[in-house]
Write a protein that binds this ligand. Structure first.
Ligand SMILES: NC(=O)c1ccc[n+]([C@@H]2O[C@H](COP(=O)([O-])OP(=O)(O)OC[C@H]3O[C@@H](n4cnc5c(N)ncnc54)[C@H](OP(=O)(O)O)[C@@H]3O)[C@@H](O)[C@H]2O)c1
Length: 221
């Protein structure tokens, strides 16, 4: 897929950061929020002084993109999906959700499932990719923390869709890491909950990152 178009649903902390990262790499991003003014404001800021651009758009505009990022909270992700099954058919849909419970350090989904797999069930004609969920929003806009570039783990049952996202991540400042099958989202979602617990324990709040070493490009063994 040459130059896939990117749509983002939700212009909060994550939508803003993901839009900025992709625009930094020269991509054109359509950002939708159910508060249109919020999306316009975030789009102007995130698309400012970067090679690509971020434009605010309708839900239909964002969902007509090749790659659609669901930057809303679980289970809202599943709700939006169920309302738009046809519009999202044939699309790569990126799940970034952490289905946290009220403690923010544990999950509200069963151990043998994940927000990503629930999204896949809701969208049988779309291809689901898990990404971005281990990256806290405050660090995402800058793409690095204390001078260290951030990693994002990318998992999917489709090697093609995973590669589309890994290609899009090139030049965003984030290192995309092939993290295997979609069910690995169970681990990735728990990893974030653990990261938040550590962040609370050590007084970091959300100013932390999860880094896989060695740094640099990783090749398949
Ligand atoms: N925050 C983090 O550090 C972080 C890190 C990794 C992953 N995540 C995941 O990223 C997702 C988004 O988190 P966030 O922190 O960016 O949330 P957020 O700041 O609350 O942003 C979500 C945005 O989407 C809007 N929205 C909600 N439902 C919508 C709909 N049906 N259509 C269009 N827009 C809608 C919200 O509007 P309202 O405010 O009116 O609801 C809000 O503006 C969550 O699944 C979260 O688990 C978050």
């Amino acid at each position: 897929m040459d130059s896939p178009s990117i749509g983002i649903i939700g212009s909060g902390g994550m939508g803003r950061g993901i839009a900025r990262r992709f625009a930094t790499a020269g991509h054109v991003v359509t950002l939708h929020d159910h508060k249109p003014d919020a999306a316009i404001k975030v789009a102007e800021e995130a698309g400012n002084s970067v090679p690509g651009s971020v434009q605010a758009g309708s839900l239909a505009d964002a969902m007509s993109s090749d790659v659609v990022v669901m930057a809303v909270w679980y289970p809202g992700t599943v709700r939006v999906a169920l309302e738009n099954v046809e519009a999202l058919a044939g699309k790569i849909v990126v799940d970034i959700a952490n289905p946290l419970d009220e403690t923010f350090t544990a999950l509200s989904v069963a151990p043998d499932s994940s927000a990503a797999e629930e999204l896949a069930e809701a969208l049988p004609d779309s291809t689901i990719v898990k990404a971005f969920n281990t990256v806290p929003a405050p660090t995402l806009y800058d793409g690095m923390l204390a001078g260290t570039p951030l990693d994002t783990f990318v998992s999917s049952d489709s090697e093609t869709a995973k590669q589309v996202l890994l290609n899009l991540l090139a030049r965003t400042g984030l290192r995309g890491i092939d993290a295997g099958k979609l069910a690995n989202a169970r681990l990735l979602e728990r990893l974030t909950a653990f990261g938040i617990e550590l962040g609370q324990r050590h007084g970091l709040g959300f100013e932390f990152g999860i880094k896989y070493l060695p740094d640099g490009p990783l090749t398949r063994g």
